[in-house]
Write a protein that binds this ligand. Structure first.
Ligand code: PMP
Length: 368
C-alpha cells in the first residue's frame, strides 16, 4: 500500500455484499431476500433476455467498440446526437472517464457529504483533491440533501469537476429544476458539472429537472444515466453520459475501446424498446415506496422521503447490529456508515411480497 499514490492510500474499497449463495450456506437459509443494491425486483426485460440469448453464438467477436447501434437508439430516444453520447461499463465507468480526463493531482473535485460512494473513489484514484460539502439542513424537510450553496462555496480556481447525484443515493432526495439550474448557471466555465441521473426513470415529481434539456445552455454539463436500475441490467454493466460533442470527444479518448461488452450492447438496445417493462417497473416502485413509507410511519421510524427505488431510514442507534440481525432473518439491506450515516439503513424497494418479508423481519429484529 505504501507504493500507491497518496490519494489511493487514503481510500477504503467500495464494499460489495457477500454472494447470496454463500450467505444462504452460512446462515442455513433456503431463500434470502436481497434489497441491498437498488436492483430491479422484476428482473430484466424479456426482450433484453431474448437479445442476450440471440447473441451468445457470436461471443468470439469483439463488441462494436463505437457502440454505433446503441448510441443511435439512445440519441433517437433522447433527442440528442450520437456524438454526444459516451458509453460505459456501467455509469461508474463513465464517472471514472470524467475523472481520468479532467482531474489530476493539481486540481480538485467538489461533491456533497452523503453523496454516491464512487465520487471519492474516482477522484482520489487519479490523485485529485476531494472537497466535500456538508449536507443540507432544512429544505423540504430533509437534513440530508445537497447543500448547493455549500458546494458552490467550495468551488475555486482549481476545481475541475462537480459531482451531483439527482436523485441522490443513498438519501433518495432530489434537487428541483429551479435549485439545480441556478447552481449550474453559477458555476465558472472551467468546471465540468456531472449530473448523475442513475435513478432518472423512477422519478415522478413535477419539479424534477430533466438535465438533458440544459445541454445547449451549459457546454460543460455531463448527464449520466444507466441501464442498471429501472432497466434491470445491473449484471451486464452498461451506462452512458450525454454531453456536448466536445466533452464526449474527450471522454472517448480515455475510454477503453471495448468497455461495453457484446451481450450488454444487445440487451440495452432491446431494453430501450420495452416501454411496457419500464412502466411496470416504475408502477411497482411507486406502490412499494408507498407501502414502505406507510409502514415506517406506522412504526414511528423516521425515513428520508425518496423519489428513487430505495428508502433510507433512521434507527437512531448504530445500524450495524440491526443489519446483522436482519441478515440472520434472511433479508439483506445496505448499511451506509461509509456514507457518513451510521444510524441509517437503506432498503431497496422490492415486490410487495419482498417488502412485506423485510417489514416482518424488521419487526422481529426491533422487538428482540
Ligand atoms: N450513480 C448512482 C447515484 C448510483 O447509485 C449508482 C449505482 N449504485 C451508479 C451511479 C452506478 O451504477 P452503474 O455503474 O451500475 O451504472
Amino acid at each position: 500500500a505504501d507504493l500507491a499514490i497518496p490519494g489511493v492510500r487514503g481510500l477504503t474499497p467500495y464494499l460489495p455484499g457477500k454472494p447470496i449463495a454463500e450467505l444462504e450456506r452460512e446462515l442455513g437459509l433456503a431463500h434470502i431476500v436481497k434489497l441491498a443494491s437498488n436492483e430491479n425486483p422484476l428482473g430484466p426485460s424479456p426482450r433484453a433476455l431474448e437479445a442476450v440469448r440471440r447473441i451468445l453464438p457470436e461471443l468470439h467477436f469483439y463488441p462494436d467498440g463505437g457502440g454505433f447501434e446503441l448510441k443511435s437508439a439512445l440519441a433517437g430516444k433522447l433527442g440528442v446526437e450520437s456524438a454526444q453520447i459516451t458509453l460505459g461499463n456501467g455509469s461508474n465507468d463513465v464517472l471514472e472517464l470524467v475523472a481520468r480526463a479532467f482531474l489530476s493531482p493539481a486540481v480538485n473535485a467538489v461533491f456533497s457529504e452523503h453523496a454516491f460512494a464512487v465520487y471519492p473513489i474516482v477522484t482520489q484514484a487519479v490523485g485529485a483533491v476531494a472537497k466535500v460539502a456538508k449536507a443540507h439542513d432544512g429544505s423540504r424537510g430533509s437534513r440530508y440533501g445537497h447543500d448547493l450553496a455549500a458546494m458552490a462555496a467550495l468551488v475555486d480556481a482549481d476545481t475541475r469537476v462537480v459531482f451531483i447525484a439527482n436523485p441522490n443515493n443513498p438519501t433518495g432526495n432530489y434537487l428541483t429544476r429551479t435549485e439545480l439550474h441556478a447552481f449550474l448557471a453559477g458555476l465558472p466555465e472551467h468546471v465540468i458539472a456531472v449530473v448523475d441521473e442513475a435513478y432518472f426513470e423512477y422519478v415522478a415529481v413535477a419539479d424534477y429537472p430533466n438535465a438533458l434539456s440544459w445541454l445547449p445552455e451549459f457546454p460543460h454539463l455531463v448527464v449520466t444515466r444507466t441501464f442498471s436500475k429501472a432497466y434491470g441490467l445491473a449484471g451486464l454493466r452498461v451506462g452512458y453520459a450525454v454531453s456536448s460533442p466536445a466533452v464526449a470527444d474527450v471522454l472517448n479518448r480515455v475510454r477503453q475501446p471495448f468497455n461495453v461488452n457484446l451481450p450488454a450492447l444487445e440487451a440495452a438496445k432491446a431494453a430501450l424498446d420495452d416501454a411496457e417493462h419500464l412502466e411496470n417497473t416504475v408502477r411497482l416502485n411507486q406502490a412499494g415506496l408507498r407501502q414502505l413509507g406507510a409502514a415506517f410511519i406506522a412504526r414511528g421510524l423516521e425515513f428520508i422521503p425518496s423519489v428513487g427505488n430505495f428508502i433510507t431510514f433512521d434507527l437512531k442507534r448504530p445500524a450495524g447490529p440491526v443489519y446483522e440481525a436482519l441478515l440472520r432473518q434472511g433479508v439483506i439491506v445496505r448499511p451506509i456508515g461509509n456514507y457518513g450515516l451510521p444510524h441509517h439503513l437503506r432498503v431497496t424497494v422490492g415486490t410487495e411480497a419482498q417488502n412485506a418479508v423485510f417489514l416482518a423481519a424488521l419487526d422481529r429484529v426491533l422487538a428482540a
